[in-house]
Design a protein around this ligand. Structure first.
Ligand code: NAP
Length: 319
């Protein structure tokens, strides 16, 4: 499996991993077990997905059955917005590790550059975005405070590397000013309708592995979440993607994944369908021509499906 190195002297990270968003906890163990069986070694989870205990069961079963060893896996998890205060970070990562039944994460990401008010896990877990009466209640921690607490996790060995997700270039520039441990990865929405070319270049030039989410565009997002999305053709049906898929004798989905991985960007597609799971995993087995990559890149229209302000902005935000 093709891979990329993370951090200085870091571990190898497969270019194709398995995303865990929108898999319910009850079916997550089977999804993860089947994915390991199919050959996946990189898993992208998060507290917010509400299925880390299920994922942990799947991994534990796979290790018990001799399919893999812990060190063969690359496990990514994320810090949710309600745990940004320094003293909450260590507390919550311990719970997440216990859910996964492992003693370290290979990569731990700040999920969003947004701090929300703390919610006790016993009250609500995962806590999500909203409080009583659909209110949004920001927390007090700065990104610097949170990052410094994440650096301590690396010192303690509970996470091997740290990074960020959903950060803009300006937020990254700010972070790089004070980071004692440089961010090893940036996870962002990245597909031909939202290529974020300059952000990708900046992150890669500054030593970050770029991880793309939502590689197929809006498939995971019901139209209601983004009223603009309905105006755009599904990327899987776009004539540019379809014609290139015909030339390389692959599916449009594989072309979309290869468009990213051929530029050194890690992809983490999610599929609970065994056939599509396998298809996605083999998407590094062919190459696109430079001109084909450029034609796909030219579809960029800055269309973002995962924008917290799109939905948070509809509700009262209480400071
Ligand atoms: N950091 C963040 O804020 C953030 C945000 C969003 C996502 N993520 C991560 O990125 C991962 C992937 O992003 P995503 O959840 O937006 O999903 P995605 O992988 O872009 O799309 C998932 C959808 O595509 C379908 N699909 C998968 N493979 C296919 C194929 N070969 N052909 C046709 N359809 C296919 C799946 O259906 P079937 O199951 O039926 O195949 C599912 O409906 C997430 O699971 C999560 O780990 C991170």
């Amino acid at each position: 499996m093709k891979s990329i190195l993370i951090g200085r002297g870091g571990k190898k990270l497969p270019l194709v991993g398995f995303g865990l968003w929108r898999i319910d906890n009850d079916s997550c163990a089977d999804a993860v077990y089947n994915a390991i069986k199919a050959g996946y070694r990189l898993f992208d989870g998060a507290c917010d997905y509400g299925n880390e205990a299920g994922a942990g069961d799947g991994i534990t079963r796979a290790i018990k059955d001799g399919l893999v060893k812990r060190e063969d896996l690359f496990i990514v998890s994320k810090l949710w917005n309600t745990y940004h205060e320094a003293h909450r970070v260590e507390e919550i990562v311990s719970k997440q590790l216990a859910d996964w039944q492992v003693d370290y994460f290979d990569l731990y990401l700040m999920h969003f550059p947004i701090a929300l008010k703390y919610v006790e896990p016993a009250t609500r877990y995962p806590p999500g975005w909203f409080y009583e009466d659909n209110r949004v209640e920001p927390g007090t921690a700065s990104i610097q405070e949170t990052w410094q607490a994440m650096e301590k996790l690396v010192d303690q060995g509970s996470v091997k590397s740290i990074g960020v997700s959903n950060f803009s270039g300006s937020l990254l520039m700010d972070l790089l000013r004070y980071a004692r441990i440089q961010p090893a990865a940036l996870q962002i929405e990245h597909h031909p309708y939202l290529a974020q070319k300059h952000l990708v270049k900046f992150a890669q030039e500054n030593g970050m592995v770029v991880m793309a989410f939502s590689s197929f565009g809006g498939l995971s997002y019901p139209q209601a979440e983004n009223t603009e999305s309905g105006k755009f053709l599904s990327l899987l049906e776009h004539p540019v993607v379809v014609s290139i898929a015909e030339r390389v004798h692959q599916s449009p989905s594989q072309v979309l994944l290869r468009w990213a991985t051929q530029r050194g960007i890690v992809v983490i597609p999610r599929s609970t369908n065994i056939e599509r799971m396998g298809l996605n995993l083999t998407s590094t087995a062919f190459d696109l021509e430079e001109g084909e990559i450029e034609r796909i890149s030219s579809l960029d229209v800055g269309l973002r499906f995962n924008d917290p302000m799109q939905f948070l902005g509809q509700f009262p935000i209480y400071y």
